[in-house]
Write a protein that binds this ligand. Structure first.
Ligand code: ADP
Ligand code: MG
Length: 248
């Protein structure tokens, strides 16, 4: 499990996460939801040690997260990716194999075969030699998912993977995440459209700087918690938009 205790992050004196403590068991698809600026991406970046300035402890299976980092694959939020960099689909996916190579080792036949396999899993084999700058949003997201697969990670972090993509790509990715879960992998997904929460996730973390709630979707995804995270006026608009009543 991933054990986060008293995590605090601030940017230049403005706090982004306050006293966040969660124990996330392995083997689930976990949604991270909350309003804009709630610290969802910050939470993931703190887990990846992209953000180093923090207090609190983060352990995986009782060891420090640093020792486990190679086993975590990360698909960043779209606007965090530099698409002007000239690189093909195939070579992008190949970079997923790098964390598991030894120092100065180059990817070989085994890695290239794995790349072919991972591209096939998200149906992008025919795009292998295209530049990533020429892809649609959905194709691009599948490339980054294939790259994450090539890393052979145990834990996957995806930051808003469904933003700006087509329905076919979304379905391919969701099915794949469920398949990974069946293999015992752990998947954390930052997500902001609340409509699919029940369909996509086993558990959710509801965040607004502080932890609002964490648990199984059926117990945690309540109108009460949504109001607490989004504030009562915005919360009510969201709940109404989802066709929910105010019976809890
Ligand atoms: P979310 O992903 O939930 O929308 P973020 O984690 O990106 O939220 O941001 C949380 C808060 O921290 C926001 O108020 C945001 O403006 C601020 N923030 C995020 N990244 C930085 C940064 N690099 N420098 C300064 N402030 C930041
Ligand atoms: Mg974000």
């Amino acid at each position: 499990m991933i054990e986060i205790k008293d995590l605090n992050v601030d940017y230049f004196g403005n706090s982004a996460l306050e006293d966040v403590s969660i124990e996330i068991p392995f083997g689930h698809i976990v949604g991270i939801i909350g309003p804009n600026g709630a610290g969802k991406s910050t939470l993931i970046k703190a887990l990846l040690e992209v953000i180093k300035k923090r207090t609190g402890t983060i352990m995986v299976e009782g060891r420090s997260i640093s020792e486990f980092k190679r086993k975590i694959a990360y698909v960043p939020q779209k606007n965090d990716i530099d698409l002007s960099f000239p690189i093909t689909v195939k070579d992008t996916v190949l970079t997923g194999t790098y964390p598991n190579l030894r120092l100065f080792q180059r990817p070989g036949k085994k890695e290239r075969e794995r790349v072919e396999h991972c591209m096939a899993m998200v149906d992008i084999s025919d795009l292998a030699n295209k530049q990533i700058s020429n892809l649609s949003g959905g194709q691009l997201q599948r490339v980054f998912i294939a790259r994450a697969l090539a890393q052979q990670a145990h834990v996957f972090f995806l930051d808003e993977p469904f933003v700006g993509i087509d329905l076919v790509s979304e379905k391919i990715i969701v099915d794949l995440l469920k398949q990974l879960r069946e293999e015992g992998k752990t998947i954390l997904v930052v997500h902001h459209d609340l409509h699919e929460v029940e369909e996509y996730f086993d558990k959710i973390i509801i965040l607004n700087k502080k932890m609002i709630a964490f648990g199984d979707v059926k117990d945690t995804f309540t109108t009460e918690n949504i109001r607490r995270a989004y504030g009562s006026s915005l919360g009510n608009v969201i709940i109404k938009g989802m066709g929910g009543g105010d019976n809890d």
